[in-house]
Design a protein around this ligand. Structure first.
Ligand code: NAP
Length: 495
């Protein structure tokens, strides 16, 4: 069989594991039962009513598992599981695997190796040694420390294909996510996922619904166009949700993946082998993206930051879509050129906002806790600057919060006391939550408000236009963003 998504079940009792295995059938081609987490192991109960082929795994502590009994008992239980109906049994290459191969048909034995520290240098030699065991399936899981570690998985899978070996290879951790999402398209026998709503069994394991629907792990193939978000850390990035929704609605064979690079060179190395068509760049790589771009737009040049890379024949072209993303919702409602604006903050986002407002002809005053940064920006963009304690006395038509104050999880904070909100418009760049304390208080004071979620959507919409040459369905992206914000808010409030 050609398996693809294997949902790994981690439960403390046989009954719960059997229930979860039944639920997993909705997304799984295979189900792995991690029996080492079960305290009342009942093989009959676990395997009797299986709805999908089962891998039985009783992982030893040495290889990251939770099994506490004797090694002899462990191997005996694995043999028993094979005779009770487990379709596949897993045994570590570091264990006495010969016993298992003597008792179970070889095509049903997975010999596995895990390295939780690193991606070791000689994976080929390891695979060759494991293949010599005669097991039907090999599994090699390593810890990624860099994005480039995924390339070792690509090469290994290529060699396995040449030798006609059934190999499941993956890199764990956030840097290894490409190997989990694209693994099957690179030739991996299977990619592992967690039960949606359940606990994962390994670092970086994605829920099966996310892997199957959002990242289309089954459909990806060699023709799939690759896009991604580059940054570090990326755990809370919402970009994959909205860009994958846009690609799906367009019907394009494309996927947008997280690219958590150790440094910028790491990203460049990854791209040399796994060609990306376009990249959304976030902290801390916007400056380096600007530096390596073969050409940049005026907005990117003026802000010194590239948040979007587009692959052209001549090399990377750099854009800053925060500028248009910021202006789009504002210009739909008002004429920024006639405004007097106060911008709070002097970081990367503030730069894009100040450039955008000045380009429209607005008067801008920058208020930042670091007076030196505010002064430098004011000089560059012919704006004014003022100390934070003068904020109360400043007159404005538009107040823009370009600081992270009010962002999840500190949602009870606001950069400005409610009584100082005396102008017409308040625009908060913070998009998570979509309605910050600042915006709530501004609304109550009768001010007109714009949420950072509209800017986030606007800049992503522009990225899609640049990558695909045509506008994406905005309503689909908006719905995906709304759903993503609801999920992250729920996750945070449940913590
Ligand atoms: P950044 O480069 O780190 O700049 C943050 C700015 O806020 C700096 O000027 C920093 O001052 C200031 N700041 C931080 N904490 C502060 C505090 N407690 N009091 C006063 N000032 C404070 O970050 P960024 O990229 O500009 O992002 C800023 C915010 O905009 C973030 O919440 C980000 O999520 C949001 N954003 C939204 C969008 C969107 O599409 N809606 C796009 C980009 C950014 P120091 O320099 O003194 O540290």
């Amino acid at each position: 069989m050609c398996a693809q998504i294997c949902v790994s079940i981690r439960e403390s009792s046989s009954e719960k594991a059997a229930e979860s295995a039944a639920r997993a059938a909705e997304w799984a081609d295979l189900v792995e039962i991690r029996a080492d987490f079960i305290h009342d192991l009942d093989l009959d109960l676990l395997l009797r009513a299986k709805r999908k082929p089962v891998i039985f795994t009783l992982r030893s502590r040495e290889e990251g598992g939770a099994y506490v009994g004797s090694e002899r008992q462990r191997l005996e239980t694995i043999l028993q599981a094979a005779s009770c109906g487990a379709d596949y049994v897993d045994v570590e290459f570091s264990a006495f695997w010969r016993v298992i191969l003597q008792g179970v048909p070889h095509e049903r034995v997975i010999v596995s190796s895990h390295d939780f520290e690193k991606t070791p240098p000689d994976l080929d030699a390891l695979m060759d040694a494991m293949a010599a065991s005669g097991a039907g399936i090999l599994k090699i899981a390593v810890q990624a420390r860099r994005l480039a570690d995924n390339l070792r998985i690509v090469d290994l899978l290529k060699r396995a294909r040449q030798r006609d070996l059934k190999l499941c290879a993956l890199a764990m951790g956030p840097e290894g996510l490409p190997s989990r999402i694209l693994g099957v398209s690179w030739g991996s026998w299977v990619t592992f996922a967690a039960l949606p709503g359940g606990e994962s069994t390994a670092d970086g394991q994605l829920p099966a619904d996310v892997l199957a629907r959002q990242y289309r792990a089954r459909e990806n193939n060699r023709e799939t166009l690759l896009y991604g978000v580059l940054g570090k850390p990326l755990a809370h990035s919402l970009s994959p949700r909205i860009h994958n929704a846009a690609f799906a609605a367009r019907g394009t064979n494309a996927v947008f993946i997280p690219l958590e690079a150790a440094d910028f060179d790491d990203f460049l190395r990854f791209h040399e082998s796994v060609a990306l068509q376009g990249v959304a760049v976030t902290l801390p790589y916007k400056g380096e993206a600007h530096a390596i771009a073969h050409s940049v737009s005026v907005a990117a040049e003026q802000t010194g930051a590239v948040n979007t890379l587009i692959l052209r024949k001549s090399g990377w072209h750099g854009e800053n879509t925060d500028v248009e993303g910021f202006l789009r919702p504002l210009k739909r409602r008002a004429h920024p050129g006639k405004m007097r604006a106060v911008v709070l903050g002097a970081g990367g986002a503030a730069r894009a906002v100040i450039y955008a407002l000045r380009a429209e002809g607005a008067d801008v005053c920058i208020v930042a806790r670091d007076r030196g940064k505010a002064r430098d920006l004011a000089e560059k963009f012919q704006a004014e600057h003022a100390a934070w304690d003068r904020l109360e006395s400043l007159r404005w038509d538009l107040l823009v919060n370009a600081t992270p104050i009010g962002m999840l999880p500190e949602t009870d904070r606001s950069p400005v006391p409610a009584s100082w909100l005396t102008g017409e418009w308040v625009y908060d760049l913070v998009y998570n939550p979509a309605e910050t304390r600042l915006l709530k208080e501004a609304g109550r004071a009768g001010r007109k408000t714009i949420s950072g979620s509209e800017m986030f959507l606007g800049q992503a919409w522009k990225q899609q236009c640049l990558w695909c040459g045509s506008p994406p369905p905005e309503d689909v992206m908006e719905a995906a963003l709304k759903a993503a914000l609801t999920t992250t808010n729920l996750e945070t409030s449940n913590k």
